[in-house]
Design a protein around this ligand. Structure first.
Ligand SMILES: [Zn+2]
Length: 256
């Protein structure tokens, strides 16, 4: 319709009218593009808001379990350090406490136990991380992703850690026992009790070398994997609370 009108104006050499037609077309195209942009922008903001709420829910859901694991691992790391004093210092014949023995037996268990955050994976899979408009949050999510990449890179440490109770049964004895566990299907859980013989550990240079190797791996696992992950998940949560306008104290009532 507008084309026929333009042709008519050109034929009659009505250049003012041609100019006006041209102007109408330009404004129309511009308005169309602008409306499209506004729609995209609004869709991004809606999607971002949904993402923030979902991520916050996932972090809260996984937080208690993760913090429990982190506390157990940190306690175990400390017990390990006290235990190696008893094992490596000649003359000190004291036996290990249950916790120290458990820590020594567990030096080969290098598992991050991260809480899963499917909303970040989904955003990344759809190449939509750019909808995050909060710069601090975007940076902290990138740091978190990086810490998970590092954790994957350090997978080799898990394979090279020595299972001490299996290789040195004379130094670490393993006894299975059944414990009540209401959360399990049958109400019980099979657990392992470890018993350490410090004299046998001290008598075996091979055991002490393998233990030293495990302890070294565990140290780097705590330093390069667990602590960076823990810091970055806390950082994401903090930025997320700020973006959502959640006061840190507001969680207390909901989940302790
Ligand atoms: Zn929060």
């Amino acid at each position: 319709m507008i084309l026929r009108r333009v042709m008519e104006h050109v034929r009659t050499q009505n250049w003012v009218a041609v100019g006006i037609d041209f102007f109408i077309v330009v404004v129309g195209v511009f308005m169309g593009l602008q409306l499209g942009n506004w729609n995209d922008e609004r869709r991004d903001r809606d999607e971002e808001q949904e993402f923030l709420i979902a991520l916050h829910r996932e972090i809260l859901a996984g937080r208690d379990v993760y913090e429990e694991k982190l506390a157990a691992r940190t306690a175990s790391h400390e017990a390990m350090q006290i235990a190696i004093d008893a094992i490596y210092s000649e003359g000190d014949g004291r036996e290990l406490t249950d916790q120290e023995c458990l820590a020594i037996a567990g030096t080969s268990i290098l598992v991050l136990g991260e809480s899963s955050l499917p909303s970040i994976d989904r955003l990344q899979a759809n190449n939509r991380l750019s909808i995050i408009s909060d710069d601090l949050l975007a940076t902290r999510i990138a740091t978190l992703q990086q810490s998970l990449v590092t954790a994957d890179d350090r997978n080799f440490t898990r394979q090279s850690a020595v299972n001490l109770s299996s290789k040195y049964p004379e130094a670490i004895t393993t006894t299975p026992y059944v414990e009540d566990a209401p959360a399990q299907v049958d109400g019980t859980e099979l657990r392992l009790r470890f018993q350490c013989d410090v004299a046998a550990m001290q008598a075996s240079p091979a055991f002490r070398n393998d233990l030293a190797w495990n302890i070294d791996l565990y140290d780097s696992f705590m330093r390069d994997v667990v602590q960076p992950y823990s810091r970055s998940i806390d950082g994401v949560h903090e930025a997320l609370d700020a973006a959502l306008g959640v006061e840190p104290g507001e969680h207390a009532g909901a989940d302790g």
